[in-house]
Design a protein around this ligand. Sequence first.
Ligand code: FES
Ligand SMILES: [Fe+2]
Length: 390
Amino acid sequence: MKHDEQVAIVKRLLALRESRRDQEMFDEVKTIPVSKYTDTALLDQELASAFTRYPLIASHTAALREPGSYVASDWDQFPYVVVRGEDGKVRGFYNQCRHRGARLLSERSGAIKNFICPFHGWVYGLNGELKGITRSQDFPCVDKSDYGLVELPVTESGGFVWISRTPDAISDIPAFMGRFHDDLESFEVANLVRYKKTKVVKNANWKLLIKTYLEGYHVPYLHRDTLATAFKRGQLAYDKDGPHIRMMAGRTNLTDITAKPEAEWRILDHVSIYYTLFPNTFFILHPDYVSVNTFWPQAPDRTIWTHEMLYRAEDFNGSSGQSALEKRFRFTNDTVFDQEDFAIAEEVQRNLLHGGSDHHVLGLSEGLLAMFQDNIDERLAIHAAQGTER
Ligand code: FES
Ligand SMILES: [Fe+2]
């Protein structure tokens, strides 16, 4: 984010603090039917559109720096592996042997020289070519060049490796991300280091989990003893680009920034910035670390949540740096997300099944939830229309 833009956003937030209101979203109360979180047919449509036709974040590049380093999918429904080749290029493959379909890599990440199938020992190079068939005399007519790993479209951009089942989807990530791609570059997201990545199954719909992040209304209540002190009078501003939403929340120390000349304003010292990247990533720039959350549906009421924490190596040195990171991770991951945000989302999900209200009602400061839902609904409608044209 260019400095001019940082200053403009801080000014927007200072003005909102004066007015004690979030930036206007919609000018009316909205409702969302609870079937959005329970309907299996709807999930199938989401999987066929949002999760098939758009780029998904496979990994931050920090886990893929060296040739042979790989990251495997967290989601059985899309069993990919991304790996950096000897030539420095990252490639994506189905994590699946061409002989009889065994999973090649069972760890979530690591480093290999070749892919070696655990079932009968076939060997593949980092570029996917089939290099060796064990007992090859038993496969007299099999041409190895016909049995390389099945490749998936992958690209590296803005510090992330993106993958899709649809080749065109990843051809232009800067265009896909619009104005927010520049933020990844100017905050040098590619240079961050991975602290930890966790994976947990939550018993709630994937959209319900993401929506817990999309308003500040709950912060003084649900996070009364945790986040609330950091966001006193933390009004929200937002920007939208295509299907993505950027949300900015002034921290309690927002007004301290005015003591400095504008040329020295650094937005992240006073503001947390949150990106809802369509479809399933929620990415947060905190003042001194970054959280990348992804959500992978398994069922309408069950979702894999991954949380990867990244940091700037020079800001956290030695063992004291590592223990500071651990403290931040426990606070954000264990307390705020898991025990507060997602615990309540799981309660909401349980309640959906037992009757009562058939819709949720969103106040004026909860408009981003409706915007996020509209983004998905619009794309489902486009793909449904394309389907009927065929
Ligand atoms: S399934 Fe991989 S070698 Fe047989
Ligand atoms: Fe929250």
